[in-house]
Design a protein around this ligand. Structure first.
Ligand SMILES: Nc1ncnc2c1ncn2[C@@H]1O[C@H](COP(=O)(O)OP(=O)(O)OP(=O)(O)O)[C@@H](O)[C@H]1O
Length: 654
């Protein structure tokens, strides 16, 4: 391991910092292929020079529905304009622009504009309350806030007097009311900024590759969100790694759809920076994408790859299965033959076994390509899923549709990727660690399970204004502690078993790999949507079970039982259509038996008696964002669930 020296790097005395105005030393590992040092504006300029007329962004006119292209040349001109406007509005050196908005051209322009002006963007989840917005805006000392909808503006107006660094508020969408001091986006792009040309050029020249480029707050799954600073070098390294891992090339234009929250590391890195690196074209989905309109954008864009969180694929899985279920007898049989061929072909390929290519190609060309075309995925080479655990059934479903789906594991602190299935796949694992970084398991137990650690050029700079937490996350040899627990098998595949803050260590001292146990129960009964294990410092394990119910267009679970649950009701000779009917019946004994049998079957696979589930209860609603059990990236907030059902949990152990 050595420190890189280069004239594009600023003076640095440490490998990490909590001060956003400081530079850091860069870790270079022995076989690091990414020899060059560069900044995001340099990467952008290079792409614009190579492909000035290629379409960078596609957005839709809300009234006419027409798709409007923005070329790379035009994109860059607008970025420069926005950068100067931000400076004129009072963006300080290393100042922050916060954005609370759904994915849009204005989000991308703000991100690149502030970077070009020498500052950093801070994305804030649209679902945050005014208080949660205040926490982040105060922590990062934001100079400018960009919002889209009226209700987002209302949150900022409520807290603006408590934000001493705030100088301007910009609203991208038309307002129903005028508010003094709130500017429109049009005013930003039409501002006379000639007097800021020099300051802009000076700031741009002074950007160092080892200085802060982005400030991304973690999802706050285990506590308050932490502001992770990524340097230009972190981002360029990740982009190069991504391009190499997934074999992207400039020459064949890649097309993707922007719909993930851009305040999350995955949205920001893949949708903005990787796309610049590959000179790709990004289509903006509309704000109801996750409520069902994503398919319309997929049909318009016909993407060549997609990145999504597990929930996105679960929804697509449900929609396509439903469509297939409703096709006629013979066509259904043929489709089922084709999907089997595709799944076996890909599973064999993953296991490096030979597979019958002839019947697979017949199934692909004659049937599956047509099914994929109906959802705009016929050009899609692969899907990437990450940010939270994915159900193996969902993965197998997409393989059966001839859509290879690769897991990606990472976190904000490593600029997104740590391990991925790019190249080699092992179902149930999150893949092998990406090239040019190191991985190790800290203090492994007898089964090789311990904290997952990484070291490399993707390790972030530190948490903004929080040197204590920054020191805690790096050890003396610069290994970054992920907070996740897992093991690496003899072939180098990484398996996750839980998170340190959510570890279940029973009163008997046994460390419980809770994800494995929850997945084992889920695999035993298709009516179960969520199986939540409890047992930390307890004498035995218990479980909260949510049955599958329908969701409305906002993702809020309804009382109506979902198809999988109804199927079990029919098999049991029951007429229930609603979850409340099941619960009001006692809950119904036959359903309790169904779940008990699933748990018993899962228990037979338990590694020890301490890992067997002894009791369970049915929940009154499935987990979701609106009732607080899931965070903005759909990750389960275990602490919240424990608190919400504290009384019921205590009764298990009374
Ligand atoms: N493919 C994956 N499978 C399972 N879990 C994943 C995967 N990818 C990411 N994760 C989980 O997400 C975490 C990273 O998420 P992120 O950086 O958004 O913040 P967070 O950990 O959710 O929030 P906080 O640190 O504030 O509690 C990882 O540490 C891991 O626990």
């Amino acid at each position: 391991m050595e420190n890189i020296v280069d004239n594009k790097l600023g003076d640095a005395s440490n490998f990490f910092t909590s001060d956003p105005s400081e530079c850091v030393k860069i870790i270079k590992l022995k076989n690091d292929f990414t020899s060059g040092i560069s900044t995001v504006p340099e990467m952008f300029a290079k792409t614009v020079d190579l492909y000035p007329d290629r379409t960078a962004l596609m957005h839709q006119n809300e009234e006419t529905g027409e798709w409007i292209p923005i070329s790379y040349k035009n994109y860059k001109n607008r970025v420069e304009k926005v950068a100067k406007a931000f400076l004129k509005l009072g963006l300080e050196k290393n100042g922050k622009v916060a954005v609370i908005a759904f994915n849009s051209v204005e989000w991308f322009l703000s991100q690149l504009g502030v970077i070009h002006a020498g500052g950093q963007i801070v994305g804030v989840y649209g679902s945050n309350s005014a208080e949660a917005c205040h926490y982040i805006l105060e922590k990062c000392q934001a100079n400018i806030v960009v919002v889209d909808e009226d209700y987002q503006l209302d949150k900022i107006l409520k807290i603006k007097d408590k934000l001493p660094h705030l100088k301007a508020i910009i609203k991208t969408l038309p307002s129903s009311n005028t508010h003094e001091g709130v500017m429109s986006w049009k005013e930003i792009e039409e501002m006379d900024t000639d007097d800021y040309d020099q300051e802009y050029e000076k700031n741009l020249k002074e950007i160092k590759a080892n200085s802060c480029c982005c400030l991304i707050f973690t999802s706050g799954t285990t506590g308050n969100p932490k502001g992770a600073m990524s340097s230009h070098d972190n981002i360029i390294f990740t982009v190069k790694n991504f391009i190499e891992s997934y074999n992207f090339s400039h020459t064949s234009p890649e097309v993707s759809v922007s719909f993930l929250p851009l305040s999350h590391v995955a949205g920001s890195i893949i949708e903005i920076f990787v796309n610049i690196g590959i000179a790709g074209t990004v289509y903006f989905a509309d704000k109801n994408a996750l409520k069902g309109t994503l398919i319309n954008t997929l049909l318009a864009a016909r993407p060549t790859f997609i990145f999504g969180v597990p929930r996105v694929y679960e929804k697509l899985h449900a929609k396509i299965s439903h469509d297939i279920e409703n096709i006629g007898g013979l066509a259904k049989k043929i489709t089922s033959w084709a999907t089997n061929k595709a799944m076996n072909y890909h599973l064999n390929r993953f296991d490096e076994k030979s597979a019958s290519a002839v019947s697979y190609f017949t199934a692909k060309t004659l049937i599956l390509n047509k099914v994929k075309k109906k959802i705009g995925l016929e050009r899609c080479r692969f899907l990437i899923v990450g940010a939270a655990p994915t159900n193996v059934d969902t993965i197998k479903f997409f393989l059966s549709m001839d859509l290879p789906i690769y897991e990606l594991y990472g976190m904000t602190e490593v600029g997104l990727t740590f391990a991925s299935h790019a190249g080699k796949v092992r179902l149930g694992s999150v893949g092998k660690h990406v090239p040019n970084i190191e991985a190790k398991i800290l203090n492994p137990d007898k089964d090789g399970i311990g904290e997952i650690c990484t070291r490399g050029r993707n390790s972030f700079m530190g948490y903004v204004f929080d040197i204590e937490k920054t020191r805690e996350v790096f050890d003396d040899d610069l290994w970054l502690r992920s907070g996740d627990v897992g093991y690496i098998d003899k072939n180098g595949f990484l398996f996750l078993t839980g998170r340190i803050k959510e570890l279940i260590i029973t009163a008997g001292g046994e460390n419980i790999p809770f994800l494995n146990i929850e997945n084992a129960v889920l695999a035993e009964c298709s009516a179960i949507s969520n199986a939540f294990l409890i047992g930390d410092k307890r004498k035995f394990l218990t479980m909260l079970i949510a049955l599958k119910t329908e969701s409305d267009s906002n993702g809020v679970p309804q009382d109506e039982l979902a198809e999988d649950s109804l199927h079990h009701m029919t098999n049991l000779g029951l007429n229930y259509k609603l979850l409340s009917e099941v619960l009001d019946a006692g809950p119904d004994e036959k359903i309790l038996n169904l779940i008990q049998e699933a748990i018993d079957r899962a228990n037979t696979k338990a590694a020890s008696n301490a890992q067997k589930v002894q009791k369970f209860m049915l929940l009154p609603n499935d987990f979701n964002m609106h009732t607080g059990e899931l965070g903005p990236t759909m990750k389960l907030k275990r602490g919240f669930v424990m608190q919400k059902y504290k009384k019921e949990i205590d009764e298990f152990y009374a």
